[in-house]
Design a protein around this ligand. Structure first.
Ligand SMILES: Cc1cc2nc3c(=O)[nH]c(=O)nc-3n(C[C@H](O)[C@H](O)[C@H](O)COP(=O)(O)OP(=O)(O)OC[C@H]3O[C@@H](n4cnc5c(N)ncnc54)[C@H](O)[C@@H]3O)c2cc1C
Length: 468
């Protein structure tokens, strides 16, 4: 039986790994980017990466995030929800299995588990403010180690007999209208196979959404997360970051009952620009040796649209363009106090504050001029509530950078084994709009592989697939 996998990110790699355990499947992994040894990103090293299309941050063996500090969230409920596909018990088993595979391939053996007593205290404080605080263990691979782990995984795949094609882009998926039949490469070479697993990540999502339409794969629009980056002195976040590496707070806002979440906390980090085709957004990162006096995190409002307009991503981009216009082509920076008092920030006002911005390529302005009232209300209410848990966050001097936007791919409709409405065509990972982090992407790959193995009559004995 031949299986072709498109994309060698965590989703594709774990599909190949799980299938490879059978020992007799013909597995081909096709990656449009280079091999892990040939991936370089000078801009990332300088801390100025804008996830451009030509560099190797998102393409290549290992997928997106290989050059990040590689945090593995050991939970089935962050970066997606595995319980949509399997039972709670099974979801945890898969997540622990993914973690185990990473550790066997050189992942840090130390799991960062927050102190239960301190966590309970924080949870209590959050609950009193009407905030849900999510805690879970994290395994920190680190940038250099991520590369080593991915290299080791590649060696395992090779040992298992998985064939890997690098620098090879899949142009199209072949079907007979009902069943997957293989793929067509950019040079028009056709590769036939019995199963096709599509794992193109966010960088391949545009291509995949075109294929979805062409092939009649059932899919729907995912929500968009829209908000801004909050920057405070490091000491303000310390009481929380000392307990949890990357604290995640979930808030339902009072006025609109909207879902708002904190995301990507960078302790001692920097706010950075992300340049897109027609707007500029912000993000945050931490450098290993060069820490700042501040910490930052994203505060994101989830937007899901229904009829008559369902494309939330386009709506989000329109708002991002409006913020970029008002900012004269740059992100807007504003002190929270200025936003609350209905006035724009100016450099002289910012200088009078004691929080020094870590991103200076910005325009002091008024976020309320560019973002809809609903978002501003959601953000202000959330910061005020967070202040009960993290005193100081709602200080007048807190800096807000707009806009931060997280778009997700079209969400492909899949069954519990990740199969689409086209027989033997599977969709996994971020590119299928099903995951948003490494662990969940890898888990969806495992689900697809197990479904294929089951179809082919394999049973598990107890960890290895054997022909029935
Ligand atoms: C800078 C950065 C930092 C991150 N940090 C973390 C983190 O610390 N922890 C965490 O959990 N997550 C992190 N993430 C997110 C994480 O990397 C993704 O959630 C995860 O990689 C998704 O896995 P995937 O396999 O679905 O897709 P990807 O990892 O994106 O892999 C998809 C692969 O498919 C290839 N591809 C696409 N289209 C085609 C085609 N047509 N033909 C052939 N190949 C194709 C791409 O080149 C790519 O290599 C980070 C992401 C980025 C960008």
């Amino acid at each position: 039986m031949k299986v072709t996998i498109i994309g060698a990110g965590p989703a594709g790699i774990f599909t190949a790994f799980e299938l490879g355990k059978s020992g007799d499947m013909d597995i081909l992994l096709i990656e449009q980017g280079p091999d892990i040894d040939n991936r370089h990103c000078p801009m990332m090293r300088l801390g100025r990466c804008t996830y451009c299309k030509i560099c190797h941050v998102t393409h290549g063996f290992g997928g997106a995030g290989v050059f990040s500090d590689g945090k593995l969230d050991i939970t089935p409920y962050v970066g997606g929800n595995l319980e949509e596909f399997v039972s709670q018990d099974e979801a945890w088993k898969i997540v622990r299995y993914v973690d185990e595979v990473f550790v066997k391939h050189g992942g840090d053996t130390k799991l960062i588990v927050p102190d239960p007593e301190k966590v309970a205290e924080l949870k209590k404080k959050a609950a009193a403010a009407g905030i849900d605080f999510l805690e879970f263990p994290v395994r920190h691979l680190g940038t250099e180690n991520s590369v080593r782990v991915i290299t080791n995984l590649k060696r395992t795949l090779k040992r298992m007999g998985v064939k890997i094609m690098f620098n090879t882009k899949v142009k199209g998926i072949k079907t007979d209208g009902e069943t997957a039949k293989g793929v067509v490469l950019e040079n028009n070479k056709e590769i036939d196979s019995d199963y096709v697993v599509v794992a193109p990540g966010r960088s391949g999502a545009k291509w995949f959404s075109q294929e979805i339409k062409r092939l009649g794969v059932e899919a729907e629009h995912n929500p968009v997360d829209l908000g801004l980056r909050v920057e405070v002195p490091k000491v303000v976040l310390e009481p929380v970051t000392e307990i949890v590496w990357d604290p995640k707070f979930h808030i339902m806002t009072k006025t609109y009952d909207d879902f708002v979440r904190t995301f990507c906390v960078n302790h001692g980090g920097y706010v950075i620009n992300e340049v897109y085709e027609d707007f500029v957004s912000v993000n945050g990162h931490t450098m290993k040796d060069n820490k700042s006096e501040n910490s930052n995190f994203a505060l994101l409002v989830r937007v899901k649209l229904t009829e008559p307009v369902q494309d939330a991503a386009e709506y989000g981009r329109a708002i991002a363009r409006s913020v970029t216009n008002i900012g004269g082509g740059k992100p807007i920076i504003q002190r929270l106090g200025d936003l609350l008092n209905g006035r724009r920030s100016t450099w002289s006002r910012i200088r009078r504050s004691y929080v020094r911005p870590t991103l200076r390529d910005v325009t002091p302005g008024d976020i309320a001029m560019a973002m809809p009232y609903r978002f501003v209300t959601d953000i202000v209410e959330s910061i005020e509530r967070l202040d009960y848990v993290i005193p100081g966050v709602a200080a007048d001097s807190t800096l807000l950078y707009a806009i931060e936007i997280k778009e997700y791919s079209m969400r492909v409709k899949v069954n519990q084994g990740m199969e689409t409405n086209i027989k033997n065509l599977y969709a996994v990972g971020d590119g299928a709009g099903i995951s948003r982090n490494i662990v969940i992407a890898a888990s969806t790959g495992i689900l697809a592989a197990r479904s294929i193995l089951e179809k082919e009559g394999y049973v598990w004995e107890p960890n290895l697939p054997k022909r029935n």
